[in-house]
Design a protein around this ligand. Structure first.
Ligand code: HEM
Length: 561
C-alpha cells in the first residue's frame, strides 16, 4: 500500500516522454533508484495525442451530460417541491384565524403538550379554558392539523360523506395492512354498500343472545379476580385482565371461537393483537416508517408486525373456509342455530343485485370488529372500574340500582339493560372524560366553507372529540366526574354533537350498542359480587396512544360482598 502510494511521486520527477519497463517495476528498490529510460518513437506520440484528444471530448461530453441530468433533477425537484411549499404557505396563511391560544413549541408544535408524563385530561381542560373558538389549529411539529373543537363545526364535518385520509403519511394508512378496506377505513360506494350489509349484524335481535356471552365471560373474569385476591393481599392491575375478557367476547360473538383465552397466559391471538397495537405505535414514532410501508415492512419491527398480521389473517381465513364448507354442505344449518354470529351474517349478506361479500372483505370486517371493538371497550371498562373506586358514593348508587333491577338473580338479562339508568349515565360520563378515540379525520374532495374560511380540496380536517368534551361552556367544570350531566333534563338542550365518544353522523360507531351492553353487563356483575377499592398510591392518568389509555394501568382491590 505504501509503495503504491509512493510510485506516482517518482513518476512526476520523470520527463513526460519517459516510461518504465515492467521488469524495473518488479524491483523492490525502484522508489529510490529510478529504472533505465527509453525514448518513444513518433508513431507512439501520435497515438498518445489522439488518445488525449479522445479523452478530452469524452470528458466534455460526460461533464455536459452530468450538468443536464443535474439541471433536470433540480428542475423536476423545483417543479414538484415549489407547488407543495406554496400550497403549504397559502394553507398556513388561510388558517391563521384559527390560531390556538395554546402556544405551540417552535419545533414540536403542540406535540410537546401530549407526552406520557402529563395527564391528557389536564392538558385538554387547560387548553379548552383558553380555546373558546369553534375551530383550532393543532401543530404536529410543522404539520398544521385543522380541527373542530365545537359541536357546531363538528356537526358540519361529521355530516359530510368525505373519505377517511389513508394516503401516504395519513392517519388511516396505519391500519391498512391489518384491517384492509374494512368499514373503519373504506370510503365511497364500497363503504356505503358494506355499511348497509353490516347494519343488520347489530340489530337488537342479533345482539340479544350476546348477553349470555357477556355473562359467561364475566364469570371467568370475576373468578380470576377472586382467586388473585385470595392468593395475595396486593391490589390487582386490571387492564390486562379486561383486555383478555373483551377479546374473548368479540371472538365468541364474531366467530363463535371458544378458545378459553382468558385462562391462558400466552394465547397467540392475544399476543398478536398486543404486538400489532404496540408496533403500530412504534411505527408512528419513526417518521420514515410512518411515511413508507415499504421501509417499515423491511425493518425488524415491520417483519415482526407482518408475522403477527399474517397469523391473525390466517386465523380468520381458516374459520371462514370451514364455515363456507359447512354452509355448502348443509344450507339449512343457519335456520337451526339459536344464535347467529357476525360471521354468519357477513357470509349470507346480499346487496340489491344479490351480490355478497368476498372472503377477503369478510376477513377485513371480522378483523375490523376485533381491532375496533376490543381495545376501545377495554379502555372504557378499565376507566369505569377506576371511577367506581374513586367515587364510592357513585358506586353505592349503582350497586343499589343493580340489586333493585336484578334481585337475587346472578346473571344480567337483556330486559335488565334498559332499566339500568344510573349505570348508563355513569358509563356516559366515563366516556366523556375518557373517550377511547380522541379524534376522527376526513380528506376534503370538495372545498369546505367553515367559520368564514374556504378550506381547499385535498386538505385534511379533523374533529377533536376530547376537546369538545372538555369545553367548560358545554360541560361546566369538565374535570369533575358528574354522571348527573346525563340526566334527561340536563341533556335535552345540549347540542347533539356535544357528546361524541362514538363519533356521530353517517360514520358513527356501528358497534356502540354492542359495547354499551357489554359494559353494562360486566359492571353490573362486578358490582353484585365485589366492592371496588382504589389503590390510591398507584398514580394513574390518561395518555394518548392509538387510543387514550391509563398510564401505568389501574390498580384496585376487590372485596367480596
Ligand atoms: C367503548 C367502545 C367503543 C368506542 C369508544 C368506539 C368508538 C368509535 C369511533 C370514535 C368511531 C369512528 C372512528 C373514525 O371516525 O375513525 C368508531 C367507528 C367504528 N366502530 Fe367503534 N367504538 C367502540 C366499540 C366498537 C365495537 C364493540 C365495535 C364492533 C363490534 C366497533 C366497530 C366500529 C366500526 C366497524 C366502525 C366504523 C364505522 C363506519 O365507519 O361505518 N366499535 N367507533
Amino acid at each position: 500500500m505504501i509503495s503504491l502510494l509512493k510510485t506516482p511521486t517518482v513518476a512526476v520527477k520523470r520527463p513526460i516522454e519517459e516510461t518504465v519497463s515492467p521488469s524495473d517495476l518488479s524491483k523492490s528498490d525502484h522508489v529510490n533508484a529510478p529504472p533505465p529510460l527509453r525514448r518513444r518513437n513518433s508513431m507512439e506520440d501520435d497515438t498518445m495525442a489522439a488518445k488525449a484528444a479522445h479523452f478530452e471530448v469524452m470528458y466534455l461530453a460526460m461533464a455536459g451530460l452530468i450538468e443536464i441530468v443535474l439541471a433536470l433533477v433540480v428542475g423536476y425537484g423545483l417543479w414538484n417541491v415549489v407547488p407543495v411549499l406554496w400550497r403549504y404557505y397559502t394553507f398556513c396563511q388561510l388558517i391563521k384565524p384559527f390560531k390556538s391560544s395554546y402556544k405551540p413549541h417552535w419545533f414540536w408544535g403542540h406535540l410537546r403538550y401530549f407526552t406520557d408524563t402529563t395527564s391528557l385530561s389536564d392538558t385538554f381542560a387547560t387548553m379548552m379554558e383558553k380555546d373558546t373558538m369553534k375551530m383550532s389549529v393543532n401543530w404536529i411539529a410543522f404539520i398544521p392539523n385543522l380541527q373542530a373543537i365545537h359541536p357546531d363545526t363538528a356537526a358540519i364535518i361529521l355530516k359530510l360523506s368525505e373519505p377517511k385520509p389513508k394516503g401516504r403519511g395519513q392517519p388511516y394508512s396505519l391500519f391498512l395492512p391489518f384491517i384492509g378496506e374494512g368499514l373503519v377505513v373504506s370510503s365511497g360506494q364500497k363503504w356505503e354498500r358494506n355499511r348497509k350489509l353490516l347494519t343488520p349484524a347489530f340489530h337488537f335481535d342479533v345482539l340479544r343472545p350476546y348477553v349470555n356471552i357477556y355473562n359467561d365471560v364475566a364469570d371467568t373474569l370475576l373468578d380470576k379476580f377472586a382467586k388473585q385476591m385470595s392468593e395475595s393481599p396486593n391490589s390487582i392491575e386490571i387492564t390486562d385482565h379486561i383486555n383478555k375478557a373483551t377479546l374473548d367476547v368479540i371472538l365468541r360473538c364474531s366467530l363463535s371461537y371458544e378458545g378459553n383465552i382468558q385462562e391462558q397466559e400466552n394465547h397467540p391471538y392475544i399476543e398478536a393483537i398486543h404486538e400489532i397495537t404496540r408496533l403500530t405505535i412504534e411505527r408512528v414514532r419513526i417518521p420514515w416508517h410512518f411515511l413508507s410501508w415499504e421501509l417499515f415492512k423491511r425493518s425488524a419491527n415491520g417483519r415482526n408486525y407482518l408475522k403477527h398480521v399474517n397469523y391473525i389473517h390466517g386465523f380468520a381465513d381458516e374459520i371462514i373456509e370451514k364455515r363456507r364448507k359447512a354452509l355448502a354442505d348443509d344450507p339449512s344449518i343457519l335456520q337451526r342455530k339459536r344464535k347467529l354470529d357476525f360471521l354468519d351474517i357477513l357470509m349470507t349478506a346480499k346487496d340489491e343485485q344479490g351480490a355478497g361479500l368476498t372472503d377477503m372483505e369478510i376477513r377485513d370486517e371480522v378483523d375490523t370488529f376485533m381491532f375496533g371493538g376490543h381495545d376501545t371497550t377495554k379502555a372504557a371498562l378499565s376507566w369505569a372500574i377506576y371511577n367506581l373506586g374513586k367515587y364510592p358514593e357513585e358506586q353505592d348508587k349503582l350497586f343499589h340500582e343493580v340489586c333493585e333491577v336484578t334481585g337475587v338473580r346472578k346473571n344480567i338479562e337483556w330486559e335488565d339493560l334498559g332499566k339500568l339508568q344510573k349505570m348508563t349515565m355513569f358509563l356516559k360520563e366515563n366516556l366523556r372524560m375518557y373517550p377511547p378515540g380522541l379524534t376522527t379525520s376526513r380528506l376534503l374532495t370538495k372545498p369546505l366553507d367553515i367559520e368564514g374560511v374556504t378550506i381547499p380540496v385535498g386538505s385534511l380536517i379533523s374533529v377533536n372529540m376530547m376537546a369538545i368534551h372538555y369545553r367548560p361552556d358545554i360541560f361546566p367544570n369538565p374535570t369533575e366526574f358528574r354522571p348527573d350531566r346525563f340526566l334527561p333534563e340536563n341533556t335535552e338542550n345540549r347540542h347533539p354533537y356535544a357528546f361524541l365518544p362514538f363519533s356521530a353522523g353517517p360514520r358513527n360507531c356501528i358497534g356502540q350498542n354492542f359495547s354499551m351492553n357489554e359494559q353494562r353487563v360486566f359492571l353490573s356483575r362486578l358490582l353484585k359480587r365485589f366492592k371496588v377499592v382504589l389503590d390510591e398510591d398507584h398514580e394513574v392518568y390518561p395518555i394518548p396512544t392509538l387510543i387514550s389509555r391509563p398510564k401505568n394501568g389501574i390498580k384496585v382491590w376487590f372485596e367480596e360482598r
